[in-house]
Design a protein around this ligand. Structure first.
Ligand SMILES: *[C@@H]1O[C@H](CO)[C@@H](O)[C@H](O)[C@H]1NC(C)=O
Ligand SMILES: *[C@@H]1O[C@H](CO)[C@@H](O)[C@H](O)[C@H]1NC(C)=O
Ligand SMILES: *[C@@H]1O[C@H](CO)[C@@H](O)[C@H](O)[C@H]1NC(C)=O
Length: 208
């Protein structure tokens, strides 16, 4: 297996935009695979933890505020071109499905990994587009970093232009139980229906 450097030079050798794009995609897949295998090996207990952020109204919102309901967390950013809107629509459809199937209102939560651009009002305007109950969280850089770290979310800017960059990030949803404990995670490969089915299954199993 080659390291990032040799892939970088390969991409440069190819000398095309496609080569560079390939490199980023390749790196993303590699990192995600790494995260996935880490998540599988560390097991359930090590994912999640305390966080201390601001909601879309600028009010403090911490892990304690998740208590009382199941919640489904997704990390993304508002400038994200396709993937985040797709994932958030999926998340919204899935939690509506879970409500129909189980009667449980899962709390949907979006957490930005781009707090420098995603101010409270930006997040507020963004979350409104997806679900009326979607909570949007942002905060100071260090606190966002700590939240992402707790959930083992990997993210990195794709370039250094402060006004024009994307954020490459893990595309994973996290289901937490009403005690705020991690139950299950879902990759991009789940459809809304599969998500709803799995979450409903997890909730139903918990009740017995
Ligand atoms: C949990 O959901 C119920 C029903 O939607 C809601 O009334 C309650 O406020 C929620 N609790 C929390 C902690 O969000
Ligand atoms: C998605 O991918 C993961 C890991 O590769 C796998 O364990 C899971 O069963 C897949 N789920 C669906 C619904 O395809
Ligand atoms: C649903 O999640 C559980 C873990 O909570 C897993 O064991 C199961 O394979 C998942 N089912 C599907 C259809 O992805």
């Amino acid at each position: 297996m080659g390291g990032p450097v040799s892939y970088a030079s390969l991409a440069l050798t190819l000398g095309t935009g496609a080569g560079i794009l390939w490199y980023f995609n390749h790196e993303r897949e590699r990192k995600l695979a790494e995260i996935r295998s880490k998540q599988e090996s560390v097991g359930v207990a090590a994912i999640g933890g305390p966080f201390d952020l601001l909601d879309q109204d600028g009010k403090r919102f911490t892990h304690e505020d998740l208590r009382g309901n199941y919640s489904l967390l997704y990390f993304g950013f508002t400038h994200c071109p396709d993937i985040c809107p797709d994932e958030l629509e999926k998340l919204a459809t899935a939690i509506d499905g879970v409500e129909k199937q189980t009667g449980h209102k899962v709390l949907p939560v979006f957490i930005t990994v781009d707090p420098e651009r995603d101010s409270v009002p930006k997040v507020k305007a963004y979350v409104k587009q997806f679900h009326p109950r979607l909570i949007g969280l942002t905060g100071p850089l260090e606190k966002v970093k700590a939240a992402a770290k707790a959930y083992r979310v990997y993210y990195t800017k794709t370039n250094d232009d402060p006004n024009d960059y994307l954020v490459d990030h893990s595309i994973i949803m996290y289901l937490l139980n009403p005690d705020g404990q991690f139950m299950s995670f879902y990759g991009k490969n789940y459809t809304a229906t599969e998500l709803a089915e799995n979450i409903s299954g997890v909730i139903t199993k918990q009740k017995v």
